[in-house]
Write a protein that binds this ligand. Structure first.
Ligand SMILES: [Zn+2]
Length: 455
């Protein structure tokens, strides 16, 4: 990197601090529809001030999408994705500082949304500004799409990408990104699991009853408990007939990536963070990594009866639960939903209602595709270490399915976000480490530059 760029990078690292403070002050909680318009306007202005042609894309029922385009030197066009919405800050009492005021403590910056995903937008902006300030032009053309409902399942991303497919066409896409791993390797995530999210409900009585009647009246709580218990055996295997039918084994490249990913020291840090002695079934190393190809059935919430302080002898009339199934290639949410219903009916649980609240297909970009290999080698050149390939992330990005189907774009997550494994996305005291900021900006500069010179 030349001297001017070096100087500007230092300035941009300072700039990052003031931009992120302003951005995090916008309480863009999608679940509560808070400040969505103000935040979309702020983001659009940020892109405009950086030199992008911008517009807001509207889709009925969704907060506006922000779109930007900046033409660069080469005809390679990169689509960047970010989201400007954040998770609710609750429970507020678990925060050590105000959730929407960026607060510095112990070399870290705390705020809701700072890691997921506001810092990545700012880090990319700072990188682009540094390049423009020193070279006058971007090495590649960049399209940018920002949505305001990622945290509630990207509900309209499918409709938006259908409506604006031409606007979004590109040669490669960077999804929302990673940081570097604790060994300092760049991380390239090429796949995300899918998801089926359901809500169960059951009503056995018109009104709650005195529990002195428990010998004579049916219990919604026990009923739902039994229905849920029927879904899994004691070894954690899901018992829904056909649940594993579409599951494909990881291929050799994916297995190799899992082997390379093994980091026992990091495992220890994660166990310490959660206060556990071992992972499920004592899995460790490659066996633990391989588990990401095992789909899950997770109880996200269970509500029935009296759960407040002290004693109340009640027989609850109703019970409800929420469950997410993380799906692996080639499972699909609607197929699993149908199998779930059939399973419940088959076990006599016809009285348990199941409502689908969300769904997304797993999406995987092949490791040997040209774009993945390019991003991987960019990471290697930047860090002078081999990049870590994460073949399948445990989480879900619902927008990937729409991107793939409607724009024909697969992509990856690269290391342009200054986050680390302990950033606490979605949790109280979400934060980034100040020491990671400069590297993220520098990596983005390097990445955009390399993509320009490799064509
Ligand atoms: Zn999130």
């Amino acid at each position: 990197m030349n001297e001017n760029l070096e100087r500007d990078l230092a300035a941009q690292t300072q700039n990052f601090r003031s931009l992120i403070a302003e951005y995090c002050r916008l309480e863009s909680v999608a679940a509560q529809n808070r400040m969505m318009k103000e935040t979309a306007d702020w983001v659009e202005n940020l892109l405009k001030d950086t030199g992008f042609e911008t517009q807001q894309l509207s889709v009925a029922g969704a907060p506006n999408y922000v779109y930007g385009y900046l033409k660069g030197k080469s005809d390679f066009t990169l689509l960047l994705y970010n989201h400007y919405d954040v998770q609710p800050e609750t429970p507020v009492e678990l925060w050590d500082s105000a959730p929407f005021e960026v607060t510095e403590r112990d070399g870290k910056l705390f705020a809701r949304g700072i890691s997921d995903n506001k810092s990545e937008l700012i880090s990319r902006i700072c990188a682009i500004r540094a390049i423009l300030a020193t070279q006058g032009e971007l090495p590649i053309s960049i399209k940018w799409i920002l949505e305001g409902e990622e945290e509630i399942g990207s509900l309209h991303f499918d409709a938006m990408t259908k409506q604006y497919a031409d606007l979004l066409k590109a040669d490669g896409a960077l999804w929302e990104g990673n940081g570097f791993n604790e060994k300092g390797q760049a991380v390239v995530t090429v796949g995300f699991r899918g998801m089926l999210y359901v809500e169960y409900s059951i009503e056995r009585l018109k009104v709650d009853a005195h529990s002195g009647n428990a010998h004579a009246l049916p219990s919604a709580a026990w009923r739902l408990l039994k229905a849920l218990s029927s879904l899994k055996d004691d070894q954690g295997k899901v018992l829904i007939p056909g649940f594993y039918e579409q599951v494909r084994e990881p291929n050799e490249l994916e297995k190799q990536a899992l082997r390379d990913k093994v980091d026992l020291e990091q495992e220890q840090k994660v166990r310490a963070m959660y206060g556990i002695d071992s992972f499920l079934d004592d899995k460790t190393g490659y066996d633990l990594e391989l588990e990401v190809y095992d789909p899950t059935a997770n109880i996200a919430g269970f509500l029935t009866g009296y759960t407040e302080q002290g004693v109340k002898t009640v027989l609850p009339a109703k019970a409800m639960a929420k469950m997410d199934f993380r799906l692996v290639p080639e499972q699909t949410p609607d197929d699993i939903l149908a199998k779930l219903r059939r399973h419940l009916d088959g076990h006599g649980f016809t009285d348990v209602q199941v409502r689908k609240l969300g769904g997304a297909e797993p999406v995987v970009t092949p490791i040997d595709s040209a774009f993945v290999q390019t991003i991987k080698s960019v990471g290697r050149a930047f860090t002078e270490q081999e990049s870590e390939i994460s073949p399948l992330s445990g989480g879900t990005l619902p927008l990937l399915e729409a991107m793939k189907k409607n724009i024909g774009l697969l992509g990856v997550s690269a290391s342009g976000n200054p986050v680390y494994y302990g950033s606490g996305a979605h949790a109280p005291n979400e934060h980034i480490r100040i020491s990671d900021i400069e590297r993220a900006i520098r990596f983005n500069v390097f990445l955009f530059t390399q993509l320009g010179s490799s064509r």
